[in-house]
Design a binder for this molecule. Sequence first.
Ligand code: ATP
Length: 354
Amino acid sequence: MRIAVLPGDDIGPEITEAALTVLNAADETFGLGLDFDVHEVGMASHRKTGTTLPDSAVQATFDADGVLLGPGGMTAYPPRSEGGINIPGTIRKQLDLYANLRPARARNGLERARQGLDCILARENTEGFYADRNMFLGSGEFMPTPDTALAVRKITRQASRRIAEKAFALAQTRRKHVTVVGKRHVLQVSDGLFVEEAKAVARNYPDVTFREVDIDAMVADIYTNPDRFDVILITNMFGDILSNLAVALSGGLGLAAALNVGDTRAAANAGHGSAPDIAGKCIANPSGIILSTAMLLDWWGAKQGGEKFNVASKAIEQSLDVLLTSGRRTGDLGGKLSTQEFAKAIAENLREPV
Ligand code: ATP
């Protein structure tokens, strides 16, 4: 499996190196035949080439079987006209990665974890309020008068249908339950369309139970009844917000994993930001990006029918769980290990999963 690696900014290179430590060990242990094609991106690239995302890096993502993206420090980028290109946004569009899958599972031994939580958000990744995902509508935000700002939210039947298909297919591999989340009584037309498509897809999956919950009820419910949720089907911005809550309830933001998937391609990237406040200190928690790479291996195993990839994915997650339970953690979770020490400990403890 060839993986294009774009380490990103701030803590990006540190946690990506940690992920590569674990991937190399998994490769050795399970004979995966991994091959890495690393490309410098972000501000490090901008200083040398005048762009945060050189064409060669984009091409590498097309040529590879999967992609590993470190977080980008977009807020420090110059304007797009001066080479400040949104890396994940561009890769997502180019590879048509329309589903953002974000798991959140309570990790044993973590004081802040809500026991019983084991869900995954299937977040629509191409539309919504976000200006860069609203190409149909220009920027998606505008001022019709000097004193009025408007933001337009785009929801289409086609995009709603395909993310719903992903969510239900995912549910069949899990506990067979989908919760669609919106605010349909207020956003009657746009959330109405999203939910309508979810209901249409639900009819094709009679073995999957389905219900609708409003976003405001949802934030209370996931805290109070964390074990009630399996797959959560959700629009873009609500998904962005709810996924941070869900991952906080799993034990902390450093655990945030994400896989961006389309019909034939996938990119792993941590579900948190580039954390400029702790960059260069070797204290960042690499769990999120490591769990994301485990998701990438699992996706590839399912796509190619290569069981060893699924086994390696499980082994990585179990090794990480063992470490967290033992109290050997990075500082954000109350431990003393550096980013690389934590990754090495996961790598050394890779075993056939039970
Ligand atoms: P973005 O807007 O790019 O999503 P953000 O502004 O929401 O980013 P993050 O970069 O995710 O913020 O950081 C939020 C806080 O969480 C910061 O204090 C940061 O140090 C901390 N944090 C984020 N990721 C990690 C990590 N992997 N390990 C430890 N702390 C982290």
